[in-house]
Design a protein around this ligand. Structure first.
Ligand SMILES: Nc1ncnc2c1ncn2[C@@H]1O[C@H](COP(=O)(O)OP(=O)(O)OP(=O)(O)O)[C@@H](O)[C@H]1O
Ligand SMILES: [Mg+2]
Length: 361
């Protein structure tokens, strides 16, 4: 086991002006499960490949434990990687697939057999050891790919979207299995996904990237309750946080006849006359006296336990994004109705209208 450190690490692909990964600084604890998440093209795979030694590092360093591995070839880094497509050898049995790296490394046969059997036991693959990959389900193939990483007992596991080839239901059960397996083995893990739900449910900490730049690294809870900027606020959470512009007054933020009080020190953090307000769908309540944000309901989504309304703010020009609110599942408003919402002041997020940075705590 080991810590992993990205120390001002950057990657600029040949012929590109902007770095794909820009001055990345992350310190991952021994045994930690860190998830890298962000939209397509934000630099997740590049970061992971830099750590694996599959991608050059143009500036900065990468350390595994105390060892600077920046110029160490992949095979000498003591890591094991699980890819999205599993990359299993079709002509080999499950057992041979799992033991292949050990065989290449010259590990004695009996030792390989033992390690493969132990891993198969953990992954519930014992009865499939003599099969070929084509005779396995998607979920079983995924477990063989995991097994191949486990038998090597590496210092660090690297996983790049290992669940994206599974159907939605299997993805949910497999993500729990991987998270609990990682906790049992205690191996430091860097896991890449573009799915924020996966990130939030699996990671000890989550690192959000956008355009090659680290936006925030925090526990899932902290990230959800305290996004550092508008990008993280909009990216983490499903359905997404409502973000809209509102004018500032001496007392606070004004909208729809309601005033959200804001303390002076928070107000003094911005020079703008407006702020970007963020409210999660579950932090809105219906205002009984019609004092609040008027929203015309376009769609009611009933999910059983919850119901969400998707609507438009009356009198607002922001029509691109719907306004989303969680409502009483037993008595949801009807389509076409106008409903007044009041945000809960302690769960209202404020961001600088220009640079998008969080204001106050
Ligand atoms: N070999 C390459 N040469 C030039 N540019 C590249 C190369 N590989 C990736 N890029 C660019 O670098 C950026 C980051 O790519 P990367 O594959 O790390 O994204 P990602 O976050 O893993 O995205 P996805 O979720 O789609 O897998 C993208 O803009 C991509 O187009
Ligand atoms: Mg990728």
């Amino acid at each position: 086991m080991a810590t992993v450190t990205f120390d001002n690490a950057s990657r600029v692909y040949p012929g590109q002006e902007r770095p794909a990964v820009d001055n990345l600084n992350i310190e991952i604890g021994d045994g930690e499960f860190l998830v890298l998440v962000g939209p397509s093209g934000c630099g997740k795979s590049t970061s992971l490949r830099m750590l694996a030694g599959l991608e050059e590092i143009d500036a900065g360093r990468i350390l595994i434990g105390d060892r600077d591995v920046t110029d160490v070839p992949p095979k000498d880094r003591d890591i094991a990687m699980v890819f999205q497509n599993y990359a299993l050898y079709p002509h080999m049995t499950v057992a041979d697939n799992m033991g292949f790296a050990l065989k290449i490394a010259g590990t004695p046969k009996a030792e390989i057999r033992k390690r493969v059997e132990d891993a198969a036991e953990i992954l519930d693959l014992t009865e499939y050891l003599d099969r070929k990959p084509k005779a396995l389900s998607g979920g079983q193939r995924q477990r063989v790919a995991m097994g191949r990483a486990i038998v090597r007992s590496p210092q660090v596991f690297l996983m790049d979207e290992p669940l994206s080839n599974l159907d939605a239901k299997l993805r949910v059960s497999t993500r729990t299995q991987i998270a609990s397996l990682q906790r049992r083995l205690g191996v430091t893990t860097v896991y890449v996904t573009h799915d924020q739900t996966e990130a939030m449910t699996m990671g000890d900490r989550v690192a959000v990237l956008d355009r090659g730049v680290l936006q925030q690294i925090d526990s899932p809870r902290r990230m959800y309750d305290h996004p550092n900027n508008v990008f993280v606020a909009g990216f983490i959470g499903s359905p997404a946080m409502n973000l809209f512009d509102a004018p500032l007054s001496d007392q606070g933020v004004e909208f729809g006849g309601a005033i959200i009080p804001v303390d002076r020190s928070t107000l003094s953090e911005t020079d703008e006359t407006h702020v970007t307000v963020g409210v999660r769908p579950e932090d809105l309540e219906i205002a009984p006296d019609n004092q609040g944000l008027a929203v015309e309901v376009d769609l009611v989504e009933e999910l059983g336990a919850d119901a969400f309304i998707y609507g438009r703010r009356v009198g607002s020009e922001e029509t691109a994004k719907p306004f989303i609110a969680r409502v009483d599942a037993r008595r949801p408003p009807a389509k076409g109705e106008t409903v007044y919402f009041r945000p809960s002041p302690e769960h209202t997020h404020l961001f600088d209208a220009k640079n998008g940075q969080r204001l106050g705590d």
